[in-house]
Design a protein around this ligand. Structure first.
Ligand code: MUC
Ligand code: MG
Length: 373
């Protein structure tokens, strides 16, 4: 008798950030994780996670909405299904529920975690094996203050934690942003990679000016300078500048990835399990990128340890990523809800090796931080 999905539990967990995290559209002081627990008919539990950035400031899916989509629509479709039939379950969910990629990502993750635990294998082993067991991880400097960002970067470099940084810009004027970025790049020197994420804040002509100024300042990569839906602008910017562009909000799933590549885009794609609808769906985006000669970057929605581990298992199967990863979400939060946190060292993070995600919930911490609604 195959094990079937018996219980579906969703919880909202609020954890403060270690400092305000300023993006072009919001400043985060807290991260909300939607944690999913799936219990099968043998009593095994699989876990998944979905987070957003600033509730609904960053994108159209909120933690409360993700929970509600699972409680009212996706959960009932899961109940009683054969846990091992992950492809069949995903088809069933996709044919009944449009969109809701974040909720679907948490579900796909929890089903794979169950399968890994049942087979006593880590997720990367189920997906063909890890090519890397340690992945590079950058850090986002986003305190909003230039001197504080420089101090933060220097202490992280000397601690051996990060040697590559992304700066969040777009909230201030172009000249204020570029002088902030240029001061940080000058203070950190040639050996340290500095990139920026504009989070869609510029129109096409501001972006053209900004790209030139950032190129002159020695910046390595410009992430999502223009609005997500303005694909032609992104493709045109690629052909005008040497400095490469990273498409983030412009691509969610493999269909978006194909259409942006077909529009002539030639930079890199930020893979995110939440945008794609799960780790396996994100690997399909990677396959499109590789076929189109587009670079890869392991992206985050600032997930905690569960979502971060799910993504790491997927990225580890891809081999070297041209632009590394930004899987630092757990480090941005003041506390963790897992028994053994991910191990960050040597400018990166080690891939968990235990069965499934290789991550277990700390029930006391969960009880402490969960939202009581
Ligand atoms: C984004 O747009 O990249 C990822 C890292 C970070 O600091 O913000 C997120 C979202
Ligand atoms: Mg981004």
């Amino acid at each position: 008798m195959p094990a079937t999905v018996q219980e579906i539990e969703t919880l909202l967990v609020d954890i403060p950030t270690i400092r305000p995290h300023k993006l072009s559209m919001t400043t985060m002081g807290c991260q909300t994780m939607m944690i999913l627990r799936l219990t099968d008919s043998d009593g095994l539990v699989g876990i998944g996670e979905a987070t957003t950035i600033g509730g609904l400031s960053y994108g159209p899916q909120s933690p409360e909405g993700i929970k509600s989509a699972i409680d009212h629509y996706l959960g009932p479709l899961l109940k009683g299904q054969n846990c091992d039939d992950i492809n069949g379950i995903c088809l069933r969910l996709n044919s009944a529920v449009k969109g809701n990629s974040f909720a679907k990502s948490a579900i796909e993750t929890a089903l794979w975690d169950l399968k890994g635990k049942r087979l006593n294998q880590p997720l990367h082993a189920l997906w063909g094996g890890a090519v890397n067991s340690h992945l590079p991880v950058l850090w986002t400097l986003a305190s909003g203050d230039t001197a504080r960002d420089i101090d933060e970067a220097k202490s992280l470099i000397s601690a051996g934690r990060h040697n590559c940084f992304k700066l969040k810009i777009g909230a201030r004027s172009l000249t204020a942003d570029v002088s902030h970025v240029a001061a940080i790049k000058a203070a950190l020197g040639d050996d340290i990679s500095v990139r920026v994420d504009v989070n869609q804040a510029w129109d096409a002509s501001t972006a053209a000016k900004g790209m030139q100024m950032l190129q002159d300042a020695g910046i390595d990569l410009v992430e999502q300078p223009t609005p997500a839906k303005e694909r032609a602008a992104l493709a045109q910017l690629c052909s005008r500048f040497v400095i490469p562009i990273l498409a983030d909000e412009a691509i969610e799933d493999s269909l978006d990835a194909f259409s942006l590549a077909a529009a002539g885009f030639c930079g890199a794609f930020a893979l995110k399990i939440a945008k794609a609808g799960g780790p396996q769906q994100a690997l399909k985006v990677a396959a499109v990128a590789r076929s189109a000669g587009i670079g890869l970057y392991g992206g985050t929605m600032l997930e905690g340890s569960i979502g971060t581990a799910a993504a790491l298992h997927a990225w580890a199967t891809l081999g070297p990523l041209q632009w590394g990863t930004e899987m630092f979400g757990p480090l941005l939060m003041k506390d963790d809800i897992v028994t053994e946190p991910l191990r960050y060292h040597n400018f990166g993070v080690s891939l968990p090796t235990g069965p499934g995600l290789g991550i277990e919930l700390d029930q006391d911490k969960l009880a402490f931080y969960r939202r009581n609604d």
